[in-house]
Design a protein around this ligand. Structure first.
Ligand code: FAD
Ligand code: N01
Length: 532
């Protein structure tokens, strides 16, 4: 007989870990299954040089236990990957999580059984295949956990070392004095480039599309912690109700196009000086009015021009082909200044595309760039990639096939045809448009409350109604269409993956508004769901 669990949780990143804590507290038998050898998810896999958060550490951390937030000291305003991984491991130790986590095990398939209201889940590990059953499957598989690895002709011919930022060796790589190529200039690329430029011999950056980046103004976190700690619960409550899941002082944002240009400039200057992702929160029309967006974008381009000495290189680093903030903005720690170093050069792939890899390096625009190491920072099959990689099946219906033309969910939590399958930060929830920790905690709490309600009411099945899903999908799309977001070829749109349907995947209505909707739906007995 297959082992049975109340809940099977896929993934041991911050979502899966917190889900385990909550379900255990409520007495649900729970097993977590994780591909990696340890906890931490994103922060376990992405060990590339310079990896760090773009949300301040006092916000990008769990809020569910005041004792935890009181005892943990963040060293920096924007913590780096090793510190975040230590934090994840601390949480695993503190709440004794590992005993319910199967590491180095991958969930391959889950099949719904209408008779028993259970999922039969097949997973693979070095020991072979194992089948278990679960009343609920909770996919905590991550929005940015399925790397996108484009193939370049001749990749196998390259005689040097090749690394992907999304699976960078845990022991690190000695790049001292080496000739290094970095392909990709999103957040991962920017952080890698900034971190390795001082140590490598030569650095060649292959850029297809430049990124908008705001300075982090990173530094010690001690003062901020002293300020926040005494009022942490109230501070977290404000974040949970804010548009982005962290606080940007945007309680009363102005309309840029109705504001005196001198005041606009002063506000942008002020936000630039503070640094970080709050740069865009001063005006509510930045993301919906092209003229406002152009002003903010030009402000950032001017900053780039001021930082980079060579005007030609500066222009190449200036993003012009998509609205500012229509891709998640990068938060940098001296990225643009790197191009003032003699050992750093930029190859603009718009002018000279990569033709192939050779034994000695990368060939672009007829030039062979000889290097010892190639680092690829080419991003992720975001939001749906990890979910679609699992065969979720109910009879003839498979989730990845249902989602072929884009994800269809109710609240980003469930999808019609797949009862008792819940997704943490699933598509059509705020997820990647927010401080993910806030969104993760909200979803996990919502799911836990649901499972408690099911148990209390003696119910064993829940599934969204088709009309609720249709309405939610339409709402999500309509909201996105009110903004400039769909104009960008972003991973939010699935545009970075060849053949993937272009559809704006996250819910853009804001974290606070989403919470109010989600709370309301739960409070009235799960409106829009069929329960039995
Ligand atoms: P993940 O951390 O992605 O964990 C999912 C886990 O599921 C992984 O460990 C994976 O191995 C496992 N898994 C997936 N499929 C299977 C399967 N079939 N079987 C078994 N295991 C499986 N967000 C922010 O808000 N702020 C930031 O500053 C920030 N920085 C980021 C930096 C990087 C480099 C990246 C890639 C993302 C960043 N994010 C950030 C987003 C980040 O993914 C979330 O903040 C958060 O860590 C997600 O946690 P999670 O548990 O939901 O998913
Ligand atoms: O991935 P990306 P990422 N040839 O998709 C290029 C989070 N994150 O890992 O834009 C050449 O942004 C691609 O070019 P283009 C954060 O949410 C946060 O950097 O498609 N180039 C692009 O430049 C972020 O948004 C942090 O033209 C190719 C790059 O590779 C998300 O994760 C740090 C190519 C990919 O950029 C993803 O960021 C890291 C090809 N064939 C990640 N294919 C923080 O700072 C792709 N590219 C918190």
């Amino acid at each position: 007989m297959a082992q049975h669990y109340d809940a099977l949780v896929i993934g041991a990143g911050f979502s899966g870990m917190y889900q385990l804590i909550r379900l255990r507290e409520q007495g649900f038998s729970t097993r977590v299954v994780e591909k990696g050898t340890g906890v931490g998810g994103t922060w376990y896999w992405n060990r590339y040089p310079g990896a760090r958060v773009d949300i301040e550490s006092v916000e990008y951390s769990y809020s569910f236990d005041d004792a935890l937030q009181q005892e943990w000291d963040w060293s920096e305003r924007y913590a780096a990957q090793p510190e975040i991984l230590r934090y994840a491991e601390h949480v695993a130790d503190r709440y004794d999580l590992r005993r319910d986590i199967s590491f180095e095990t991958s969930v391959e398939k889950a099949v719904w059984d209408e008779e028993s209201d259970r999922w039969t889940v097949t997973m693979l590990s070095a020991e072979g295949s194992e089948t278990v059953t679960a009343s609920y499957v909770i996919a905590a598989t991550g929005c940015l956990s399925m790397p996108s690895r484009p193939h370049f002709e001749g990749m196998d011919d390259f005689e040097g070392e090749t690394y992907w930022t999304s699976s960078y060796p845990r022991e690190g790589v000695d790049l001292t004095d080496k000739r290094v190529a970095v392909i990709g200039t999103g957040s991962s690329g920017l952080q890698t480039i900034t971190a390795i430029a001082p140590v490598v011999g030569e650095l060649t950056v292959f850029q297809r599309t430049p990124s908008y980046a705001v300075p982090a103004h990173n530094g010690p976190e001690a003062d901020r912690l002293r300020e926040v700690r005494p009022q942490y619960p109230a501070f977290r409550e404000l974040s949970a109700l804010s548009p982005l899941g962290f606080q940007c002082g945007e309680d009363n944002p102005r309309v840029m196009m109705e504001t005196d240009p001198v005041d606009v400039r002063a506000e942008l200057d002020r936000r630039w000086a503070v640094g970080g992702l709050c740069f865009n929160s001063g005006f509510e029309d930045t993301l919906r009015d092209q003229a406002a967006n152009d002003l903010a974008a030009e402000y950032v381009r001017d900053q780039i021009r001021a930082k980079v000495k060579d005007p030609e290189v500066a222009e190449k680093l200036c993003p012009t082909t998509y609205p500012i903030a229509s891709k998640r903005m990068c938060v940098d720690t001296g990225y643009f200044e790197v191009y003032n170093q003699d050992n750093v050069s930029l190859v603009d792939l718009q002018e000279t595309p990569i033709e192939r890899f050779s034994a000695k390096g990368v060939v672009a625009g007829g030039t062979e760039y000889e290097v010892d190491v190639i680092i690829l920072a080419t991003g992720f099959d975001a939001m749906t990639g990890a979910l679609n990689a699992i065969e979720f099946r109910n009879g003839e219906q498979v989730l990845s096939e249902k989602w072929e033309h884009g994800p269809r969910t109710y609240l980003g939590l469930m999808s019609v045809g797949f009862p008792n399958l819940l997704t943490v930060t699933g598509p059509q929830s705020p997820s990647v448009l927010s401080n993910m920790m806030t969104s993760i905690e909200y979803h996990v709490d919502w799911i836990t409350r649901l499972l408690q309600a099911q148990r209390a009411e003696g119910l064993t099945r829940i599934e969204p109604r088709p009309e609720a899903e249709d309405n939610w999908v339409n709402t999500t799309n309509d909201l996105a269409d009110l903004t400039l977001m769909p104009q960008a070829s972003s991973w939010y749109m699935g545009a970075n993956i060849p053949g993937k349907q272009r559809v704006f995947m996250p819910f853009i209505g804001g974290v606070g508004a989403y919470k109010q909707i989600g709370d309301g739906i739960a409070t009235v007995g799960y409106h829009g769901f069929d329960r039995a």
